[in-house]
Write a new protein. Structure first.
Length: 312
């Protein structure tokens, strides 16, 4: 890549803006002129520019290794516009802009740390994950009992435990998942995860251990959320937080929401993941149908394609 394309590519501008701003405009004008000329004699400015560009390339490589899609199948790069939009959505839900920015920033650091140390990945886009991790504690759940329906590698639950603890809570986690070796979704191909890690309980336990004692103590029930035996095993308490991220079909979501109404504590927060995602229209259809009838749920709003409900 030549110096002009590096300095003017949209990707480099987004990733390296804090560094690129350090290169003064006089040098940038010099490189424009140098690129147009052929066989132009080297000057002190162009030599210095070459060194600066090389330093930028090294920094870009480092950022790509840490946040790029290699090893997890999805990029964790953050765009300014997307981040600002998420701040606004979380602030609208919580009523506190400063807390929204603080929690989203903490959630992003946690996301990167967990995926750097853990097995597999957290399912979902970066804004979606940071939105959920940042928002749930701000909505003041009525108790610290958490149920996650569909966990993949357990990494999101590990992050939620840590975010709740940051807020002075004492989370007690329950997970329901079939642990089929791959991520299961009706209507999609069953294929290995892009990380190469199998989806099993051992991986989940490994990741939950990253959250400390509360993560290690999590209760895990292998099975599908619609199975009567599975439900009976974990319906022994009222949950203050329920994350619905299992079967994405309209029928599956409807069943999970029906169950959530039975086990949600008064004032509980229910998070419906991938809401209004065009790839999964059944999720919005199921929630819209539920809200039209008699229900305990009040729709609080959405952030980064997750819907937030409160149980009355």
């Amino acid at each position: 890549m030549n110096s002009r394309s590096l300095l003017h590519s949209s990707v480099s501008r987004r990733l390296l803006r804090p560094v690129a701003d350090l290169i003064d405009q006089r040098i940038e004008r010099q490189v424009r002129s140098a690129v147009r000329r052929t066989a132009a004699p080297a000057t002190a400015d162009t030599a210095r520019l070459v060194r600066d560009v090389e330093a930028l390339r090294h920094r870009q490589l480092t950022v790509e290794l840490l946040l790029g899609p290699g090893g997890r199948g999805i990029s964790r790069m953050v765009g300014e516009a997307s981040l600002e939009h998420l701040y606004a959505e979380v602030a609208a839900l919580s009523g506190d802009r400063d807390a929204a920015e603080r929690n989203v920033a903490a959630a992003f650091r946690l996301l990167v740390a967990l995926e750097s140390l853990g097995v597999g990945r957290i399912a979902g886009g970066t804004m979606n994950i940071c939105g959920k991790l940042g928002t749930i504690p701000l909505l003041d759940p009525p108790n610290d009992e958490i149920l996650e329906i569909g966990t993949l590698y357990g990494m999101f639950s590990a992050g939620l435990v840590r975010m709740m603890e940051r807020d002075g809570r004492n989370p007690n986690l329950t997970i329901v998942d079939p642990f089929a070796g791959v991520q299961l979704q009706p209507g999609t191909d069953q294929r290995p995860d892009p990380t190469g890690a199998p989806v099993d309980e051992h991986a989940v336990r490994t990741n939950l251990a990253l959250a400390g004692p509360a993560g290690a103590a999590a209760r895990i029930r292998q099975g599908f959320s619609e199975d009567p035996e599975t439900r009976a095993a974990v319906s022994d308490r009222d949950y203050g937080v329920i994350v619905v991220d299992g079967d994405h079909s309209a029928e599956g979501v409807a069943k999970d929401l029906e169950w959530a109404e039975e086990i949600a504590a008064p004032g509980a927060i229910v998070v419906l993941d991938d809401y209004d995602d065009p790839s999964w229209p059944g999720i919005k259809d199921a929630l819209d149908d539920r809200l039209k009838g008699s229900t305990r749920f009040t729709f609080l709003g959405k952030a980064a394609r997750s819907a937030y409900l409160r149980a009355t």
